[in-house]
Design a binder for this molecule. Sequence first.
Ligand SMILES: *[C@@H]1O[C@H](CO)[C@@H](O)[C@H](O)[C@H]1NC(C)=O
Ligand SMILES: *[C@@H]1O[C@H](CO)[C@@H](O)[C@H](O)[C@H]1NC(C)=O
Ligand SMILES: *[C@@H]1O[C@H](CO)[C@@H](O)[C@H](O)[C@H]1NC(C)=O
Length: 213
Amino acid sequence: MKAVLWTFMLSLLSTPAVAPRAEPPVTQSPKAIPLMSVNSTAVIQCSATLPNLVGLFLKRRFSRKMEVMYLSLAANKTNVNPEYKNRLSVTGGCCNYTLHLSQMGVKDTDGYYCQWSQLHLHSGSSKMYESPDTIVIVRERDPKEDCNRDRTLHQILFLLTVSVSVVVVCVFIGVLVWRCTRTKESYRPARIHHQRHHVCPQHSDQQHIYPYK
Ligand SMILES: *[C@@H]1O[C@H](CO)[C@@H](O)[C@H](O)[C@H]1NC(C)=O
Ligand SMILES: *[C@@H]1O[C@H](CO)[C@@H](O)[C@H](O)[C@H]1NC(C)=O
Ligand SMILES: *[C@@H]1O[C@H](CO)[C@@H](O)[C@H](O)[C@H]1NC(C)=O
């Protein structure tokens, strides 16, 4: 009797220690696939650690509420929405699946979530488990960005032109100044030479003239 009581008490005590499940029964990753370009592929992973799972849905939540896919786990057969036909593939096994959504367009931007259906054997009813969404954002190449890039390129080119012009003008002025100062320096002795020459021939002339006379 005591042993039964103890077992009961222990099971009561140990239940809370076992019960807090660190990981949720259904998980999904990644949380977001932002700024995907058109025609790229979104890869979403959904897994579950629940018994008696019979089906897996992939659904969209915000921009359009719709069912993208249903995977019957028992039959191992997928039922894909016509909009995603030929651009959705599933890999993996129960209960860890990887969903590939390819050729994504801007219209496919939405929150995607997995929903697992679990069969209650006793009642025959099913219970749904949803995992948190993967936010998928598909965008076209932003023409504004190109515009901005062009504008900055033009600004850079303009600044480059201005600075090159300034450098050219500076070099030109520098050469002019250098030439002026150089010619001035070479002029002075030239003038002196000239003056000497002017003086000397006169002197020499005179000197030459005088002895002749
Ligand atoms: C996306 O792919 C389709 C066909 O695969 C093509 O016609 C379209 O030009 C592509 N769009 C971009 C933006 O690459
Ligand atoms: C489920 O079907 C896919 C092909 O559609 C196959 O690759 C996979 O091995 C199957 N899995 C099981 C558990 O039968
Ligand atoms: C699911 O499978 C992938 C590999 O296909 C693995 O990287 C991942 O860790 C698995 N996730 C879980 C919860 O088992």
